[in-house]
Design a protein around this ligand. Structure first.
Ligand SMILES: *Cc1c(COP(=O)(O)O)cnc(C)c1O
Length: 256
């Protein structure tokens, strides 16, 4: 038997059988209800309205069928972090689902992949250097599409694996991005480091977001919060949370 394409493998390398779709659908709906309930409670505690916050389901490492099921359950925002997987999944998704979804590219991005990402992404969260912004700007122009919404990614530690730009440089990067014709500066993003309290990390992001917004009032998005720190993100003004594990289950590696 031919092995299934990589996009159909989950973290364990197992392709779910077609007959399991109903069970998987029920599992995803259950997980979705639990995540939405966590978001609702976090909003209540923070005195925020639940509709201020958009849930992005991070489907990386999981098959396109999971993305289809989540979209069918009402999720309108899907996140991916690797171009090869994402470009295949977005194309397959279009053939399987009529749902209108927005695709968020949230992973580290090499400039040579920018042209590809610029063709299918609705939002890119991980712009952390001018070279990448210019490559995306070029890609958007070549794709002859509307301007691409981008977030500048703040680095809260020195871990290159997570990406991001140091806070001292982030405002300048935001200004530079705002000056590119085919990009639209939409806000800021960060990943909380493992060894820093999420409240401290997201508090820093919130401050940087305010400074960026002072010169770019339209840059209102704050992308923060994952499966185990979404409550802290909601406390610190997140407008978008990126949830993988709590919705889809465990992956072999956290960030790839
Ligand atoms: C994988 C990933 C997520 C989702 O993380 P979980 O802990 O599985 O919810 C969020 N943001 C980024 C940038 C990611 O790479």
């Amino acid at each position: 038997m031919k092995p299934p394409p990589a996009a159909e493998l989950n973290a364990g390398g197992v392709a779910p059988g077609r007959g399991d779709t109903a069970a998987r659908g029920a599992e995803l709906r259950q997980n979705l209800a639990e995540v939405r309930e966590r978001m609702r409670r976090a909003c209540e505690a923070a005195g925020r309205a639940p509709d201020e916050i958009t849930l992005i389901a991070v489907t990386k490492f999981f098959p396109v069928q999971d993305a289809v099921l989540l979209a069918g359950a009402g999720v309108a925002d899907l996140g991916e972090s690797r171009d090869q997987e994402a470009s295949a999944k977005v194309a397959e998704f279009g053939g399987l689902s009529k749902a209108k979804v927005r695709w968020h590219f949230i992973g580290r991005l090499q400039s040579n992949k920018a042209k590809s990402v610029a063709r299918y992404a609705d939002v890119v969260h991980s712009v952390d250097r001018l070279e990448l912004a210019k490559a995306l700007d070029n890609g958007v122009r070549r794709a002859e599409r509307e301007p691409l919404a981008v977030l500048v990614q703040l680095s809260l530690d020195a871990d290159p694996e997570r990406g991001g730009s140091a806070s001292a440089e982030l405002e300048r990067l935001a200004d530079e991005v705002a000056g590119l014709d085919s990009l639209r500066l939409a806000g800021v993003m960060a990943i909380a480091p493992l060894d820093v309290e999420a409240d401290v990390a997201f508090g820093q992001l919130e401050e940087v977001a305010e400074r960026v917004r002072a010169s770019h009032p339209e840059a209102r998005m704050i992308s923060a919060g994952m499966s185990n720190d979404l409550e802290a993100a909601v406390r610190h003004g997140a407008t978008h949370v990126r949830i993988g594990t709590a919705l889809l289950g465990r992956r072999a590696t956290p960030f790839r």
